[in-house]
Every structure is written in structure tokens, then in C-alpha cells.
Design a protein around this ligand. Structure first.
Ligand code: ZN
Length: 432
């Protein structure tokens, strides 16, 4: 593996800042979004219909709203609202039901969360969903997501959910996507641009590859590992990949997994073309289709359960694909990152009490110390017990939220081992 470990994954985590707006009792059932981004003007207008449950005595409900401006807000039992500092606070009248529906019309010019490139004429989302759609940012609040998006006729749109329809009218194309399972709002997204395409498949799943900078033949070469990676994660998780498509788009400067697709930094393609053994980012983002998108950390404090597992899984794939040496090369790289953080005096528990403004070292802990700790856990438990436990953990929490204690208990329940000392030492940094 010639990939520097610092490149293995660098998901931006600025959306954590917004999590103060979360209200624990808010349960969004579905978002139905109609949106029209304008790439040249770097702006958007949208309407989102939000169905949600909240205690009928709750006097207000709070959503995250980024820098979006509200044009109109309608729904039963609404007394008024304020929209400032990234939060939309809606005052509710007395009512008899816990189920509510509101319709929010808005516009905005996001400076993050949705990146516009007017020169190359593309746009793509990258976390911070509330920068382009009013939503609840809490990872524990999983909901259905329908997307109607209007794009110029010459553009392709890839988005979360199954493509239901594509209708051309007056020089524009209206795409409709429906996501038929609940997932956290940070996994929603879309990408718009003029792309070269290539296709592959695994079982009933269409694999779609897109980029501006690479030919169709190059895309097939860059993403050639994808079917094998999916097959590997299906075996390790005990859960089939169950969406009709998985798309990968080489675009922009970041990496992010979303429901049913991932965006990867556009230069990553060249990295793979130069090194046929490079699979780390393809497998890391794909791993999130199980660990992250479906088995989701219950709050950002337990974010390592998303990122450490995905980082560890990319090493585990290299082990079956290229051998133990390749796996250990990854693990040693993770350990070295952790060692540097320790030498900087910045070692911390993997469960963060309050992840408000994470440093680079904090992120390195969550990704790389976390992945190294999973390797140590595998060594302690033994291969059979470890992978059996990973499978039963994944099956049990698939579609649900999970915290670190539940992860520990799942690993213990499956193996019959007492792992408290291990978790104290490596996860909680508690001296016995
Ligand atoms: Zn990740």
C-alpha cells in the first residue's frame, strides 16, 4: 500500500458544531424534499415537507437550518418561529397528537455542505445536510427521504435512494429519488454534473461509476474491486447489500459516504491507476453502507463506531485480497498515527464527552486509534470469536443506533468473554 495513512480518510466534521440544536425527543418520520440548485449562482431554493413525532406537550421543536433563509412555513398548530444561529425554532400550540407535518419553503447560498464549482459546472453535497435542507442533524434520528431535484438538461444527477423517475421539461430534468429505508440526515445527498460513466453489477445491484476527469475505461479500472469489496462486507456483516444501486463519483476535494453512493476526491482515481493495490478509500466508504449508514452511532460522542470500524474494515479487505502483510501494513500505519497523537500529549478516550470542535488529533484518534484498537480486540478475542461477534453485532443493530457500551456487550455476548478490562484500557483510558 503506497497510500499515506493521512489520506485514508478525512471526512470533515464541522457539522458537529450544529449538533447543539438537537432535541432528543424529536423523531422525524420522513423528509420530502423538492430542491433546485443553481450551480452558476451557487444558490438553491427548496421546499421540504417534514413529518415528525414529538411529545404533544412540547411547546416547540428545533431543526438545524444552516444559513438557509425561510420564505414560508406552514402546518397545523404552528404559532410562530425564529430562524437564527443555524437553528429553526418553531413554536407549537397545544395539540392532541404527537404526529405533525410542516412545510418549509426556503432559499440560500451555502458555503459548505453543498459545494458548487461554477468553473467545471458541477455541485455535490458533503455532510452538513442542514446547509441545504432544514433537518434534524442528530445521527440517532433516522427517517425516510424522498428527493425531487431539478437540474439542467445536460447534467446527470446521482442521489440517495432509488431513481423513480426522470422527466425532461423546458430544458430541465426533474429527477425523483426515493429512499425506502430510514437513515440519518447526514447520509442524504446528491451530485450534479457532466460525467463520464461506467457500469458493473453484483447480483441484483447495479454499480455505477462517474467522473469528469476519467474515461469510462479508466473508471472501470479504478473501481474494479467494488464487487469483491461488497461481497466481503456481506460475508463479514451477515447482511446483504440491499439497494438497487451503489454509485461512486470521483469529484471535488473530499470523501463522503451517503445512502447508496459515495463521493471520492477526484485525484483519488489517479492514485488507484498508479497503484493497483490501492483499495482503502473505496472499501472505507463502502463499509459505511453497513457501519455508519445502517448501524449508526447513537450520538457524535460514539462516532468511532462509524469511523474506526470502516477504517479497520478497509485493512481487513486488504488482508483477504492481498494477504496478511498488506493488512499489517495498514494496522502499523494506524498504530503510528496513534503513537504520534500520544507523543503530542493528546491521547483521549474514544468516547468523547462533547465533540464540539474536533482537532486533527481528535479525528486521528477516532479513525486510526479506533481501527488499531479493533485490531487489538481481534487479537485478544481470536479470529473466529471476533468475526462471529462482528456479524452478530451488525445483524442485531442493523437499521438501529448503537453506543459503545452496547458494542462492548454485543462483543461479549457473542464470545462469552469479559472485555471490561480491555475497554477500560483502550476505549475509556481508565486505569484499573
Ligand atoms: Zn468514514
Amino acid at each position: 500500500m503506497s497510500v499515506p495513512v493521512t489520506m485514508i480518510i478525512t471526512i470533515l466534521v464541522t457539522w458537529f458544531v450544529q449538533s447543539k440544536a438537537n432535541i432528543p425527543e424529536l423523531d422525524v418520520v420522513s423528509y420530502h424534499l423538492t430542491i433546485e440548485p443553481n450551480i452558476q449562482q451557487k444558490s438553491l431554493k427548496g421546499t421540504v415537507v417534514v413529518k415528525f413525532r414529538i411529545d404533544k406537550t412540547a411547546p416547540q421543536v428545533t431543526f438545524s437550518s444552516g444559513n438557509l433563509k425561510i420564505d414560508k412555513l406552514t402546518g397545523n398548530h404552528i404559532v410562530g418561529y425564529t430562524n437564527r444561529d443555524g437553528s429553526l425554532i418553531i413554536e407549537l400550540a397545544k395539540r392532541s397528537q404527537v404526529e405533525n407535518e410542516i412545510i418549509i419553503e426556503y432559499h440560500g447560498s451555502p458555503t459548505r455542505g453543498l459545494w458548487f464549482n461554477s468553473q467545471h459546472d458541477y455541485a455535490y453535497t458533503i455532510f452538513s445536510t442542514s446547509q441545504w435542507m432544514i433537518c434534524n442533524d442528530s445521527p440517532a434520528d433516522k427517517a425516510l427521504f424522498d428527493l425531487n431535484i431539478l437540474v439542467p438538461e445536460d447534467k446527470i444527477c446521482v442521489a440517495s435512494g432509488d431513481l423513480v423517475s426522470r422527466i425532461t421539461k423546458n430544458g430541465k430534468v426533474a429527477y425523483t429519488f426515493q429512499q425506502n429505508y430510514e437513515s440519518p440526515s447526514y447520509t442524504y445527498g446528491f451530485t450534479i454534473g457532466n460525467f463520464n460513466q461506467a457500469q458493473d453489477s453484483i447480483g441484483p445491484t447495479q454499480l455505477q461509476y462517474y467522473a469528469q476527469d476519467y474515461s469510462s475505461d479508466q473508471l472501470l479500472n479504478i473501481f474494479k474491486e467494488t464487487p469483491e469489496v461488497i461481497s466481503f462486507f456481506e460475508r463479514k456483516s451477515g447482511v446483504k447489500y440491499n439497494q438497487s444501486t451503489y454509485s461512486q463519483i470521483l469529484i471535488g476535494d473530499y470523501y463522503q459516504e451517503m445512502s447508496g453512493f459515495s463521493t471520492l476526491k477526484h485525484t483519488y482515481g489517479q492514485l488507484v491507476l498508479n497503484d493497483s493495490m490501492e483499495t482503502n478509500l473505496i472499501s472505507h466508504e463502502l463499509a459505511h453502507q453497513w457501519w455508519g449508514n445502517r448501524v449508526t452511532c447513537s450520538s457524535w460522542s460514539h462516532f468511532w463506531l462509524n469511523e474506526a470500524v470502516a477504517t479497520f474494515m478497509s485493512a481487513a479487505y486488504n488482508e483477504v485480497r492481498f494477504g496478511k502483510e498488506a493488512y499489517m501494513a495498514n494496522i502499523n500505519a494506524y498504530r503510528q498515527v496513534y503513537q504520534t497523537v500520544k507523543e503530542n500529549g493528546n491521547d483521549k478516550p474514544l468516547v468523547f464527552d462533547q465533540w464540539i470542535n474536533p482537532t486533527k488529533d481528535d479525528r486521528n484518534l477516532v479513525y486510526f486509534k479506533g481501527a488499531y484498537v479493533l485490531h487489538l480486540l481481534r487479537e485478544k478475542m481470536g479470529d473466529q470469536a471476533f468475526w462471529d461477534a462482528i456479524r452478530s453485532y451488525t445483524i442485531r443493530y442493523y437499521g438501529k443506533s448503537v453506543n459503545t457500551q452496547e458494542f462492548q456487550h454485543a462483543m461479549e455476548a457473542s464470545s462469552g468473554l469479559d472485555l471490561q478490562d480491555f475497554f477500560n484500557e483502550w476505549v475509556y483510558l481508565v486505569r484499573n
